[in-house]
Design a protein around this ligand. Sequence first.
Ligand code: 5MM
Length: 327
Amino acid sequence: MTTLPATTLAAVAQQLTGGGRGILAADESIKTMSARLEQEGIPASATTRRDYRELLLTADGLAEWISGIILCDETFGQDLADGRAFPVAARELGILPGIKVDTGTTGLPGQGGALVTEGLDGLGARLASYAERGAAFAKWRAVFDVRSITPYAAHANGHALARYAALCQQHGIVPIVEPEVLCTGDHDLDASAQATRLALRSVFAALDAAGVDLSGIVLKPNFVTPGLDAAPASVDDVVGATFMVLRETVPTAVPGIAFLSGGQPTEQVCRYLADLTLLAGRPWAVTFSFGRALVSAALHTWAGQAEVGAAQQVLLDNCRSAAEATR
Ligand code: 5MM
């Protein structure tokens, strides 16, 4: 087992989140990716999932906007058409390869529908294998619903995230720590702020207890927004609430925060990011680790046309918008 010096972990965390680039989340599980392909009328198979991820990774000039790409286990083990393994090709293209290592969620008994994320069993051996095959970073996502989050669910997910993060660092891999409070529902901005505060407090208490080096992690939170079925809040209110909750909960030792998009429109999340970037007194780098906000339109374009160029251009345009929001 390799234990890299913390400076290396910190350097990778800074490379991922600083420098005006962000992370492309292309790690949909086989089930999610298959559903998204089929929704666009594309038959789902290991080959079409591979072709789609190759389209994303090989978009010409992607590295100008993208510092890292998160892959799922299936893609991590696949090859591009030219025979290069995905993680090898990513590095050659100037993009750090990452790997999603959680195995999904399950219900927590007695917690009113709250979920906990699984995947700790055998994780050390899996991380050793991913590190050997070139993974620079990993991702684990806890999922909270504003209506069902409980202190115990926050504690259980914080504990799992902390054990995952400590194991990653032991294997020389930077952990992306993702406690996602979903934006589905009709809750108001304050309810989102309270749920996000609870989730983040639990995560950082657990990371501290587990001895995780905060300079070698990347935090991937949600923006604090009202639910998608509630009256929308102004950009100023969302940015203000997001910054307030992060300032209360995220230690300054964390080098960078890479936001998820939560399925909200690209233009909107880029606007949040641009305004957060401009805030005075911000102690961490801020950037994006968007999935749908970067790729949904590209997938739709690919479904309509056999050649990949138009879809790649759509992807590049979205990545440029998101990266420019951080500059
Ligand atoms: C890309 O989707 C990721 C994996 O989802 P499943 O395991 O549920 O298939 C997901 O974790 C994603 O990285 C985050 O939700 C951020 O993506 P969005 O679309 O919210 O920006």
